[in-house]
Write a protein that binds this ligand. Structure first.
Ligand SMILES: Cc1cc2nc3c(=O)[nH]c(=O)nc-3n(C[C@H](O)[C@H](O)[C@H](O)COP(=O)(O)OP(=O)(O)OC[C@H]3O[C@@H](n4cnc5c(N)ncnc54)[C@H](O)[C@@H]3O)c2cc1C
Ligand code: FES
Length: 251
């Protein structure tokens, strides 16, 4: 695991909101699995104090890429990086998407749920699976290549929620598995559809995080157990971020 300051190899701005950072990790890059993430910050800034969790978007040779959306201070600071600048990174962290038996997988992403599914798609296609990807976002800037795209405002692709697209698609096709990453309400809607059609679903949760290593419990998520109370908590950073959707208590 890396817990060090590394130099940025590349930064590419995709549009006003999104950019892709590349860092060189040597041979260990090849061991990184889809769903895993790194925590990162610019070492020269005292605020924000904590590193920000960002999923692995792609691995090409020994270079690892992260696709980031500018939101608040931490991601704004990352967006001003230039090749050669320093980045404080911790990772790879978390578990990964399980690759299941069967030949057909559906991917469903919303907004910044796109990056981990991009890397997963590569892994699934290498394993010979057929993949159909539905991606949704608020507007044009949030949309990236997929088989089907949706926007809330209709500025790109179809107007509506990506879960509407999934609902229609599942009327005609029964996949072996669904993988999803995006906002909580989108994941809940995808979970309900997966249950209706009895398809296994694995979700990657993007909760708020602090330590990123299972110590602070700042990223706790409610899950079902067999015990008397019926629920307990798991940490998204250490037990996740990928969970079987049937395990989660969807509220
Ligand atoms: C496991 C994991 C993987 C992630 N992968 C990516 C990725 O690949 N690319 C990417 O761009 N982002 C990703 N995120 C989200 C990213 O970590 C946050 O956008 C980032 O921490 C925001 O930091 P900030 O300092 O820019 O904004 P802040 O000042 O911390 O927040 C700005 C605004 O965004 C909201 N916000 C911050 N974090 C979250 C969150 N996790 N969920 C919902 N709202 C939030 C805040 O409430 C606030 O309104 C991931 C998060 C997790 C937990
Ligand atoms: S962020 Fe601290 S336990 Fe997950």
């Amino acid at each position: 695991m890396y817990n060090k300051i590394l130099q940025i190899k590349s930064i590419e701005h995709l549009n006003d909101a999104y950019f892709v950072i590349g860092i060189e990790l040597g041979e260990s890059a090849l061991e990184i699995l889809p769903g895993q993430f790194f925590e990162m910050k610019r070492p020269e800034f005292a605020h924000p104090m904590l590193r920000k969790p960002i999923s692995v978007y792609d691995v090409q040779g020994s270079t690892v890429f992260f696709m980031v959306k500018k939101l608040g201070k931490g991601t704004q600071q990352l967006s001003h990086l230039k090749a050669g600048d320093e980045l404080d990174v911790l990772g790879p962290l978390g578990n990964c998407f399980p690759v299941k038996d069967g030949s057909m997988a559906i991917l469903v992403s919303g907004g910044i749920g796109y990056p981990p599914l991009f890397y997963l798609k590569k892994q699934l296609e290498t394993a010979g699976k057929t993949v159909y990807w539905l991606h949704g976002g608020r507007c044009n800037d949030d949309v990236f290549p997929a088989d089907e795209t949706w926007t809330d405002d209709g500025s790109c692709g179809k107007r509506g929620f990506v879960s509407d697209g999934l609902s229609a698609y599942l009327e005609n096709v029964t996949p072996d598995v669904i993988y999803a990453c995006g906002p909580q309400q989108m994941l809940k809607a995808v979970h309900q559809l997966a249950e209706k059609h009895q398809v296994p679903l694995y979700v990657s949760l993007e909760e708020y995080m602090a330590c990123g290593i299972g110590v602070c419990h700042g990223c706790a998520v409610k899950v079902k157990t067999d015990c008397e109370i019926g629920v307990t908590y798991k940490t998204v950073c250490k037990d996740g971020p990928v969970f079987d959707s049937r395990e989660i208590v969807w509220e």
